[in-house]
Design a protein around this ligand. Structure first.
Ligand code: HC1
Ligand code: SF4
Length: 574
């Protein structure tokens, strides 16, 4: 512990804390643009400069650790003027197209320009015009808006270990792009969208497809069926000013009906279905000497990653499709039959926290198992927030409505899919039952909860130990994959039976399409929202969901049946 003073306010912090965080502890905000809690301090923007008292030294608050007795001034007329000049220089290389920018109203540069009262442009404007990259279905790069903060490069290289983005060029001409200015689609990008979620401005963003939704609901020939992912129920609330972690499932259903959706389904139902299929697959592999460890397959950025970086381990990946794709296939078959609707008329929309889901629906492998595209459109949480806001409704005052039967019903296990460790916990609850024919006394599996990079545990299936691991954030995934690969090269099996993998830190609750501003505190709050929702659920295990039992009885026969294989499984490939 050291004692420091921020603008004369005494505060005690751990040694090594940055001046920026010490100021935070003292209730003082220092402006930043390049800094992000997920990343190592980069120090490129210079906005966080502060003065050290006693020697008039200037420090970059993000990158300077405090020491005993340090006293700093974070704001005075001189610091204000330097910061304002930095911002004016940034604006001289940034287009002033704020009104038509996707980040209008949610841009960190715009906020600072407003805060500093910038009213004119004293510097000559020099824009770094480069073509917009729209090569992927997921995200768009607009280099002219880049402020060279470096967050996206750090995210892509350090957090995700993907190295799709790097700094290209020098000086004013610098931009962030794939090596050799390849298009994103030709780069190793896995479309996780973490660069977009961390970009402070509108230089990298999700492909906005809200207009496609508007056209679909305006078309009387189309029956628009919408599913919402587990983590939407906890993510969307922040867009409407509610405390993070607030769950608004039933208001979201109402909002979707009001913006024109004909039928509301919930991806949580298919999360339960996934557990039945993936859990049965695991039991099958365990009992028949199959390839182990089994790796989960619901995260499309992870699937893109394993196909690109570890194709030699594809046999370890579960053949189960993601809940979103299962839901799509079931919607245009089982649901269409039950509801007496021509599947050709169904327009299947998935609201997802993820940009990679936009790419998943157009993968070539079996994503049209129903005979039609199983999912026609994916919108992110941010796009849904825009649709709701532009409709003029007051989200906070909406009544709560139910989803449509028979594939809207879900268990708490389906809900927790959205948090890192949730798929594993849900799978354990059901696999335990499949193996032992008993129910777990305590369904919470604490060992796989929380934000540790790699979580490991052993679950006792009545005398049979099952070793599990959970990993999130692709740079952490690499550590486990290297371990599995090394074991394989030595003719061994890595010491796990089942591993959950999510590309984004924290899991889907902090996916690349969720509301901006995720850091570990927010990830924790969003996860707690889902865990509470699970705790409040009457049914907490996928195999106890009555609608799941019914779909097997009426339609799929049993997990891994011929019909289930056709609709719900696929083969991942290089
Ligand atoms: Fe996810 Fe999933 S949990 S991948 O993390 O398996 O996107 O929320 O919808 O499909 O259910 C995302 C979340 C989501 C799928 C499920
Ligand atoms: Fe890198 Fe993910 Fe952005 Fe692609 S989407 S450039 S992998 S951070």
């Amino acid at each position: 512990i050291v004692h420091v003073k921020i603008n004369g306010i005494p505060v005690e912090v751990a040694e090594g804390t940055s001046v920026l965080n010490a100021a935070k502890a003292a209730g003082v905000r220092i402006p930043t643009l390049c800094y992000h809690e997920d990343l190592k301090p980069f120090g490129s923007c210079g906005l966080c400069i502060v003065k050290q008292e006693g020697n008039a030294k200037i420090l970059r608050a993000c990158a300077s650790p405090v020491n005993e007795g340090l006293s700093v001034i974070t704001n005075d007329p001189e610091l204000f003027s330097v910061r304002k000049t930095i911002l004016e220089l940034m604006l001289s290389t940034h287009p002033s197209s704020c009104l038509t920018c996707i980040r209008n109203g949610e841009c960190e540069l715009q906020d600072l320009a407003a805060e500093f009262g910038i009213r004119e442009q004293p510097f000559e404007v020099r824009l770094n015009e480069k073509p917009i990259d729209k090569s992927t279905a997921s995200i768009v790069l607009d280099p002219v808006k880049c402020i060279k903060c470096g967050r996206c490069v750090q995210v892509c290289q350090d957090l995700q270990g993907v190295f799709a983005l790097e700094f290209i060029g020098r000086g004013d001409g610098t931009c962030m792009a794939p090596a050799a200015m390849l298009s994103l689609d030709d780069s190793p990008c896995v479309k996780c969208g973490q660069c977009a979620a961390h970009c402070p401005v509108g230089a990298i963003y999700e492909r906005d497809e809200t207009d496609i939704f508007r056209s679909a609901v305006a078309d009387p020939e189309k029956k628009v069926v919408v599913q919402i992912a587990p983590s939407i129920r906890v993510g969307l609330s922040e867009s409407f000013g509610l405390p993070s972690g607030t769950v608004t499932t039933k208001k979201i259903y109402t909002a979707l009906r009001k913006i024109g959706a004909d039928v509301i389904h919930d991806t949580n139902f298919s999360a339960d279905l996934t557990i039945m299929e993936e859990g049965s697959e695991l039991v099958n592999r365990l009992t028949t000497g199959g390839v182990l460890p089994q790796l989960t397959s619901c995260c499309p950025a992870w699937i893109d990653y394993v196909e690109k970086y570890y194709p030699d381990l594809l046999d370890n990946v579960s053949s189960a499709k993601s809940p979103m794709m299962m839901q799509g296939a079931i919607t245009k078959t089982y649901y269409a039959q039950k509801a007496g609707i021509d599947p050709a008329k169904i327009f299947s929309v998935a609201i997802m926290p993820c940009t990679a889901k936009k790419y998943e629906i157009i993968r070539d492998d079996n994503m049209q198992a129903s005979g039609y595209p199983d999912v026609d459109l994916v919108l992110t949480t941010r796009e849904l927030a825009r649709l709701i806001k532009s409709s003029g409704m007051d989200f906070l005052k909406l009544e709560e409505e139910e989803a449509d039967s028979p594939i809207g019903e879900y268990s708490g296990a389906g809900t927790i899919f959205g948090a890192t460790g949730g798929v594993m916990e849900a799978a354990v609850r059901t696999a335990y039952h499949l193996v032992t024919k008993k129910e777990m006394e305590k369904v919470e599996v604490e060992a796989v909860r929380g934000l540790d990079n790699i979580k490991k545990g052993t679950v006792d299936f009545d005398g049979t130990p099952v070793r599990v691991a959970v990993v999130h954030g692709l740079s952490n995934v690499k550590v486990l994959m290297d371990e599995i690969r090394a074991a394989k090269a030595e003719g061994r099996t890595a010491p796990y039976e089942f591993i959950e993998i999510m590309a984004c830190r924290g899991g889907c609750i902090a996916g690349g399409g969720q509301p901006y501003g995720a850091d570990d505190e927010l990830r924790k709050e969003r996860s707690e929202g889902l865990y509470q929702d699970d705790k409040d659920s009457k049914v907490r295990c996928s195999h106890q969901n009555p609608s799941i039992l019914k779909i097997y009885e009426d339609f799929l026969t049993e997990p891994m049946s011929h019909e289930a294989h056709h609709l719900l499984h696929t083969k991942y490939h290089e």
